[in-house]
Design a protein around this ligand. Structure first.
Ligand SMILES: [Zn+2]
Length: 270
């Protein structure tokens, strides 16, 4: 989500493969969110990528990329599959979906919600054996959600499996003022990554520049009952982000400040 300057270097240093299934979601066309896509796509081409790349973003992103590639003569070795950002579900895959919402910023800008689909419930072998289903192919059929027959008796997946397990949800705001509709959109996300450009004392500036303060990010996270808040996009005016983090934690304790290369594990739900 978003490609700041030097994105390809970060991408490589994190050990992310250049020829893997990739979807890039861009929130808006301000340099610090989009400039890095050029280097990333060019690096992918240099490594002879063949898989298409899906790009989600404002419609002008496509024009800008096509114009730039043509002007500076970057030839890609793979196709770009563009999806115009608009409110609602923009990408629906077997295992997850990506949803958009318009945010409140100085240009056309979108927030994203990455939502994993429900997973099947836990499989209980002892229940299967009790019902006379022998271990093997029939177990696998049940685990895939289809019934099996044992001596003429129909065994349903629900008889040997627990309830479906909810998928994980990750929200990403890009640049925005806080807004009521964003509270609703990000409700019950496991992780919310939110604009935290300014501190409380610079709240006027946050209003003018159409960003959020760490305090506002925390209020929104609390009202949306998210699991964890990650503050990001700090203004370069702050030597340390600690005061911003403290402000946010006074409202929403489970807050962390993002930093380059940070890795977080989000456990699956049982
Ligand atoms: Zn911006």
């Amino acid at each position: 989500m978003d490609c700041g300057e030097g994105m390809q270097r970060q991408f490589l240093s994190m050990g992310l493969g250049l020829n893997r299934k990739t979807t890039i979601a861009i929130t808006h066309l301000h340099g610090d969110h989009v400039i890095g896509i050029l280097g990333l796509l060019q690096t992918m081409a240099l490594s002879q990528r063949t898989l298409p790349v899906t790009i989600i973003g404002p419609s002008k992103l496509k024009d800008w990329l096509e114009f730039t590639f043509e002007t500076i003569g970057i030839g890609l070795t793979f196709d770009l599959n563009f999806i115009y950002a608009k409110e609602g579900i923009v990408l629906n895959e077997k295992e997850y979906s990506i949803k958009c919402i318009r945010t409140v910023h100085s240009t056309e800008s979108y927030g994203y919600l990455f939502a994993e689909k429900e997973r099947p419930g836990r499989f209980y072998p002892e229940k299967a054996l009790e019902l006379g289903v022998p271990e093997g192919r029939k177990w696998s059929i049940l685990q895939h959600g289809r019934p099996v027959f044992v001596r003429g008796k129909k065994i349903l997946p629900s008889m040997v499996m627990g309830k479906k397990r909810a998928g994980r949800k990750i929200g990403y705001s890009g640049d925005t003022r806080p807004a009521e509709r964003l509270v609703k959109f990000y409700t019950c996300s496991d992780v919310l990554i939110f604009d935290s450009t300014f501190s409380f004392k610079d709240r006027r500036r946050a209003e003018e520049r159409m960003h959020s303060t760490s305090y506002e990010a925390a209020l929104l996270a609390k009202r949306a009952r998210v699991g964890m808040l990650i503050l990001t996009h700090f203004s370069a005016r702050y030597r340390s982000v600690l005061p911003l983090l403290k402000e946010a934690r006074s409202i929403f304790p489970n807050t962390v400040a993002a930093k380059d290369g940070m890795v977080l594990e989000i456990p699956q739900k049982e």
